[in-house]
Design a protein around this ligand. Sequence first.
Ligand code: HEC
Length: 97
Amino acid sequence: MVGCAEVNKSVAYSYSPLSYVNEIEPIFAHNCIRCHGVEVARGGIYLTEYDSIIMVSDQILEKIENTGNENMYRFLNSPEDAYKIRDWIQKDNMAYE
Ligand code: HEC
């Protein structure tokens, strides 16, 4: 029964905070700013600058849910991108760096 102890070993979980500069800006740049940039701002939403992004964080959270409705989730490359944006807004206090 010695082997059983192995199974119960807890794995240390480390969460590293996401930052706008490193993880979030590239997601918006690749997937969103062609419709939410300076020249074209669909829905009046600008996703090119940190200051304008944090002002609409609630709308972003709503629109990146995978609801199957008309939303912005479909423009993301992967579910991970949606998780990252959500964690950055909700857990990481929209850290800049
Ligand atoms: C192909 C063009 C296009 C792309 C790419 C795009 N959007 Fe949009 N977006 C729109 C249009 C059109 C609207 C206005 C209609 C609506 O609200 O659905 C909009 C509206 C929004 C809104 C405002 C919703 C509200 O509450 O009024 C948010 C937030 C948003 N988009 C976020 C994003 C994010 C985040 C991405 C990248 C993952 C993205 N969009 C990519 C076209 C686009």
